[in-house]
Ligand binder design. Structure first.
Ligand SMILES: Cc1cc2nc3c(=O)[nH]c(=O)nc-3n(C[C@H](O)[C@H](O)[C@H](O)COP(=O)(O)O)c2cc1C
Length: 365
C-alpha cells in the first residue's frame, strides 16, 4: 500500500472541495448548497454535458506572450472566471460573502453578490478592492429597486445582474426532506428596506402560487425600464432561449448570462453548455454572452469559451472553498481553476482567449 502524502489532507484538489464541504456541513445546509430541484436531473446534466465534450488539441503553436486577459463591460480582467451569486453564505462560513469577496479579489476574479447576501453590501465592498457586480431579484416597487441599484452603484459595484429565471422557487425536494430553514440570525440584510409586499403573499384565491408570485414577477417592460434607469450596465441572467436573448438585447441588456440556476429551478432543463451555442449564435457578438452551470474544472471554462462564452461563472465550487477554508479556500479554488484553464489553453494550442474556437471540441464525423 502506498503511503499517503502528508499534504494530502491539507491541500484539497478541485475534485475534493465539494465532498469536504459536504462533510463539514449539516445535512440540510449541504442539501441547500449542493442539491438541486426535484430529481436533480439538470444539476447532474450540467456537469455530465461538460464531461461528454472532448477536446481536440493543436500542437506546436506559438504560445509566447500568452495570456487569459480580457475586457468585459469596459473592465480589464486577468481571466474569464467569475464568482456566481449565491445566497446566504454565512450559512457555510461566519464571514460569508465578505470572505468570498476577499478570496475572489485575491485571484482578481469578479464576484457577483447575491441580493440575498447575508452580509451588507458595504461590508463586502470594504473587504474587496476587486470588481463586484450586484445581483437583483426584481421587487414589486420600482422605487425600491431603483434605490437599491443606486445604493450599490454608490458603493462601487460595476454592474447589475438581473436574475429572470426564478419567478418562483423550484421544487426543492431535498431541502424539504432535510428540513432546511434559515436560522433567525441569517437574513437578506440588503433587502431590509424593501417593502414588505415584496415577500408577502396576496390573499390566496383559486391558485395560491400564481397569486403569490404573479404580481411581483418582472416582465420585459421592467427589464427595459431598469436598463433605461440604471446608472450601471444591466446583465440579464437566466436566459436560455435564443429569442429571449435577442429580446434582452433589444431591452437594453449589456450582457447575458446563459444559466439554468445551477439546476435549482426548473428540473429537466438541458445543460447550459448545450444551450449556449444557439444563444451565442443569436446574439452574434452584439453583447458578451456569459454562462454558468457545472463549472468544476479549468477544461470546463475552456469548453464554454470554445462554444461562444466570453466568460464563465462558478457557483458551488467557490462556495465549497468558502466552506472548507474561508477566503483562503475561495482563493485556492479560483487559483486552481485559473491554472487549469491556462494548462488547458497551452495543451490545446491557444495563446489567448480569442484563439479558443469551436475547432478544439472534437466532433466524431
Ligand atoms: C445555494 C445557491 C444559492 C444561489 N443563490 C442565487 C441567488 O441568490 N441569485 C442568483 O441569481 N443565483 C443564485 N444561484 C445560482 C448561481 O448563481 C449559479 O447560477 C449556479 O450556482 C451555477 O451553477 P454551479 O453551482 O454548478 O456553478 C444560487 C446557487 C446556489 C447553489
Amino acid at each position: 500500500m502506498s503511503a499517503k502524502h502528508p499534504a494530502a489532507d491539507l491541500q484539497p484538489t478541485l475534485r475534493d472541495y465539494e465532498s469536504r464541504a459536504r462533510a463539514l456541513l449539516s445535512a440540510d445546509r449541504s442539501a441547500y448548497f449542493f442539491g438541486g430541484a426535484a430529481d436533480q436531473q439538470t444539476l447532474a446534466a450540467n456537469q455530465k454535458a461538460f464531461s461528454e465534450l472532448e477536446l481536440l488539441p493543436r500542437v506546436l503553436r506559438d504560445l509566447r506572450g500568452g495570456s487569459t486577459r480580457l475586457t468585459l463591460l469596459g473592465e480589464s480582467l486577468s481571466h474569464p472566471i467569475l464568482v456566481a451569486p449565491v445566497a446566504y453564505q454565512k450559512l457555510v462560513h461566519p464571514d460569508g460573502e465578505a470572505a468570498m469577496a476577499m478570496g475572489a479579489a485575491a485571484q482578481d476574479a469578479a464576484m457577483v453578490l447575491s441580493s440575498q447576501s447575508s452580509i451588507d453590501a458595504a461590508v463586502v465592498r470594504a473587504a474587496s478592492p476587486g470588481c463586484n457586480w450586484f445581483q437583483l431579484y426584481w421587487g414589486p416597487s420600482r422605487d425600491a429597486n431603483r434605490a437599491l441599484v443606486q445604493r450599490v452603484a454608490d458603493l462601487g459595484f460595476a454592474a447589475i445582474v438581473l436574475t429572470v429565471d426564478a419567478p418562483v422557487q423550484g421544487a426543492r425536494d431535498n431541502e424539504a426532506r432535510t428540513g432546511f430553514q434559515l436560522p433567525p440570525d441569517i437574513a437578506a440584510v440588503n433587502l431590509a428596506d424593501m417593502p414588505a409586499a415584496q415577500f408577502a403573499p396576496l390573499a390566496p384565491s383559486e391558485s395560491i402560487l400564481f397569486d403569490r408570485v404573479a404580481h411581483i414577477t418582472p416582465r420585459w417592460s421592467e427589464v427595459e425600464w431598469l436598463c433605461r434607469k440604471s446608472p450601471l450596465p444591466v446583465i440579464v441572467k437566466g436566459v436560455v432561449h435564443p429569442a429571449d436573448a435577442r429580446q434582452a438585447i433589444d431591452a437594453g441588456a449589456g450582457a447575458i448570462i446563459v444559466s439554468n440556476h445551477g439546476g435549482r429551478t426548473l428540473d429537466t432543463m438541458p445543460a447550459t453548455i448545450r444551450l449556449l451555442p444557439a444563444v451565442a449564435k443569436a446574439v452574434d457578438g452584439a453583447v458578451p454572452v456569459l454562462m454558468d452551470g457545472g463549472i468544476r474544472r479549468g477544461t470546463d471554462v475552456l469548453k464554454a469559451l470554445a462554444l461562444g462564452a466570453t466568460a464563465a461563472l462558478a457557483g458551488r465550487l467557490p462556495v465549497a472553498g468558502l466552506t472548507v477554508a474561508g477566503a483562503a479556500g475561495v482563493s485556492h479554488v479560483l487559483r486552481l481553476l485559473r491554472d487549469e484553464l491556462e494548462i488547458a489553453m497551452m495543451l490545446t494550442g491557444c495563446a489567448s482567449l480569442d484563439q479558443i474556437t469551436p475547432d478544439i471540441i472534437y466532433r466524431n464525423e
